[in-house]
Design a protein around this ligand. Sequence first.
Ligand SMILES: [Zn+2]
Length: 228
Amino acid sequence: MIAGRLHWKPPLAKLAGRNALLALDFPNGTLTLTEAGSKRRASLHILRGEQALYDIDPGGYELFSPGTDLSGFRTALTRENRTLKRALTDPRLISGVGNAYSDEILHAAQLSPIALTHKLTDNDWERLFAATLSTLTLWTDRLTAEAGKAFPEKVTAFRPDMAVHGRYGQPCPRCGQPIQRIRYADNETDYCAQCQTGGKVLADRSLSRLLGKDWPRTLDELEALKRK
Ligand SMILES: [Zn+2]
């Protein structure tokens, strides 16, 4: 998560430095796992059998499985009354979105990160569902094309061609107003007030309190929420 990276090295590469955690040797190369920073969030699970894999699946809605539709998406995200930011990044509710892409999705859908899932209109849900699929498809295609035939080495969640994520203070690509941010726990949410919150810029601190109440303080708390 976040600071973890996979690297592809020549065969029998040595584990170098304190960030290098794991090396898997293959005949044609070595796959290493590194974790930058001091958080030490990396873990390795060794499982036996397919059922063991399902047992650690948080169970979120799978967006790119056959049969995915607006109604299933809405049902999954309204299981709990959450802020949209929290709902979209909760792997128990929806699979594979995360912090950066939730910002991009909410900007594309023109919805506030602090809107509550039980308060959205039918029209909001239609925009959110369409924006979720189109944003993830756009970025999957972009990153696949960028990686080309080589192993992707410069992996980052901050990309200059993102609309809002990591672009605090820079102009919104849709309206030109400066991107705003809310910081809480270990996270940051970036949004455009003009496009997403009816022009309302709330103080970073008060918004942060609002989101903070809806947010697990630590990763351990988030883990504890996982569906049993
Ligand atoms: Zn805007």
